[in-house]
Design a binder for this molecule. Sequence first.
Ligand SMILES: Nc1ncnc2c1ncn2[C@@H]1O[C@H](COP(=O)(O)OP(=O)(O)OP(=O)(O)O)[C@@H](O)[C@H]1O
Ligand SMILES: [Mg+2]
Length: 394
Amino acid sequence: MKVLLLGSGELGREVAIEFIRRGCYVIAADRYENAPAMSVAQEFQVLNMNVPKCLSELIDKIKPDVIVPEIEAIATEVLIQAESDGINIVPSARAANLTMNREGIREFACGLGVPTSGYFFATTFNEIKEKIKDFTFPVIIKPVQSSSGKGQTLVEKYDDLEKSFNYAIENSRGDSQKVIIEEFIKFDYEITLLTVNAVNGITFVPPIQHRQENGDYQESWQGIEMDKETLKRAQEIAGKVVTALAATATNNSKGYGIYGVELFIRGKDVIFSEVSPRPHDTGMVTLISQIKSEFALHVEAILGYPIDTPIANIAASKAIVMHGEGAPNIGNISSALTSVAFPKYTNMVYDFDKPIVNGERRCGVILSLAESVDKALEKAKKIHDKLELKVTKK
Ligand SMILES: Nc1ncnc2c1ncn2[C@@H]1O[C@H](COP(=O)(O)OP(=O)(O)OP(=O)(O)O)[C@@H](O)[C@H]1O
Ligand SMILES: [Mg+2]
């Protein structure tokens, strides 16, 4: 089976490995050379996947059986055409199209009766001035097209609105001029509920809690004791959204794969935030907690294998974020690992092998197993503190 992977970052690298392990041929595509997944795939292609012509030419040349989007920034109209031409788009072209834009997925979820924060969309500051009257501060402003917290600000007072609106527009992906203004939810905690849709139906991965800074994930962990009723409610919401997204599949697309459903938990309330129809960065913790990681589950679902509910050990992940201009190097791994309990509890440092850092970039992840979440997080932090992170000018 010929798999075209659109997006070749650290998550794509794990997806590529899982496909290759199961006998598939992977072509890893991204906008730059030496992207993480390219060094493991059988072939790679460099192009701007957001430009319709470039993407359709690539699909015509490769003639893949399956297209697996790993990022949001893709000309999804080309995927819609490819699906109607008989290519299996994971999980469906429409799902990729709806979730690349906050407006698409928010309206879709609300149409299903799923609870969300209060929100409105705007393209001008005048519109915001009018519609903000029904809201109390703080609010969050985000570009409708962005990820990893780009262009997002928490606005405490009316006077800061215009600055934040401009910041969101400047940091929009592509030439989108629209923002979403959301009610700020004072949640107790937030989770990613990884939800797999496969030939045997829907399966939930044990919930992953995480901590974000400026809209970007820092740590995630599994092994939390959620109140049973609240977990059930979370699963109902995730199941509803995933089933509806999967149902948009046509032709040879099946709606199969893993979906990262982001939920806020406040008391017994579960509030839907967003969903990505692919493995989730906070789900990297499953690389150590589960026999089948989120990447293995994604690939097996796509290949039509039945999926069992995974058992997750207590574990944590911590992102290695590097700063500067130049080539990143993660050093001192061996002594960082030996500085924490060994060999009773396992720890790993994964290097994403990214060629360059411009400002700030996630370059690796620390994975840690322990007898409690607190211990796992503490060990990950200890390892992080001992690593030598260097960015050297090229
Ligand atoms: N309405 C809200 N109320 C409270 N916190 C919020 C709200 N919206 C976003 N956040 C916080 O900001 C984080 C990032 O927001 P969101 O997931 O919408 O952005 P993103 O750019 O899509 O991030 P990513 O691509 O990493 O998922 C959330 O995980 C949450 O911690
Ligand atoms: Mg998010």
